[in-house]
Design a protein around this ligand. Structure first.
Ligand SMILES: Cc1cc2nc3c(=O)[nH]c(=O)nc-3n(C[C@H](O)[C@H](O)[C@H](O)COP(=O)(O)O)c2cc1C
Length: 213
């Protein structure tokens, strides 16, 4: 089917103001649980956009590993392109696309490094081969071919053969601290439901508004 003729009718139930939790993080968890129960692939995957040194946007998928009162935590290489961008411009937006449920959640805010101890704790919970991979991959750097990575994997497997794999200083978590979170529910004829929570920084209260689709 051609791209221009591909159309999905969104017949799912609508979203009303009374359906929404007053706390957008609780609302995110309710939708996340529904996405997970519905069998959505990688329901914690979010596309996160940063801005580079020329103010151009750059985006990629990462996995949210904690979502709580602080915000949305993900882990990555601190020397990757995204981390270098965040070090200069600590702002980002993220999108969760739960397409099977005709839903998306958009998050905008500032980004902070999480504590070393929290990164250590999460790193320790990862499978050993992923831990080795964090040492082996100079994420976002050009490499001539895959054998370079395979050789580095072998090198770090040998180095840590008789010990736990420590977290590399160049690997850890960032937290996207939200200032706005929008919940979008697809409806028939493209007349979707949208509600945005904006944080009033003075009162620390979330204000909810319906937006036109
Ligand atoms: C489903 C999925 C999950 C991913 N999860 C992560 C992640 O949690 N952390 C990460 O650094 N990269 C993750 N990636 C890879 C990133 O999309 C990206 O290729 C990598 O982080 C390098 O991005 P950068 O060069 O902009 O820094 C994931 C990719 C996909 C498709």
């Amino acid at each position: 089917m051609s791209l221009r003729d591909r159309r999905v009718q969104y017949e799912t139930a609508g979203l009303e103001r009374t359906d929404l939790d007053s706390d957008p993080i609780a609302q995110w968890h309710a939708w996340y649980e529904q996405a997970a129960s519905a069998g959505v692939a990688e329901p914690n995957a979010m596309t996160i956009a940063t801005i580079d040194q020329n103010s151009a946007p750059d985006s990629r998928v990462v996995l949210a590993r904690a979502v709580d009162a602080r915000g949305f935590v993900f882990y990555t290489n601190y020397e990757s392109a995204k981390s270098r961008q965040l070090a200069v411009s600590p702002v980002a937006s993220a999108v969760f696309a739960w397409l099977d449920l005709h839903r998306q959640v958009r998050v905008r805010g500032t980004v902070q490094k999480i504590s070393d101890s929290e990164s250590d704790e999460y790193f320790a919970s990862r499978p050993r081969e992923s831990q080795i991979g964090a040492w082996a991959s100079p994420q976002s750097q050009p490499i001539a071919d895959r054998t370079i990575i395979e050789a580095r994997v072998a090198e770090f497997r040998a180095k840590f053969e008789n010990s736990d794999v420590p977290r590399p200083a160049s690997w850890g978590g960032w937290c996207l601290v939200p200032s706005s979170i929008e919940f979008w529910q697809g409806r028939p004829s493209r007349l979707h439901d949208r509600f945005v929570y904006d944080l009033n920084h003075a009162t620390k209260q979330w204000q909810i508004q319906r937006l036109a689709p």
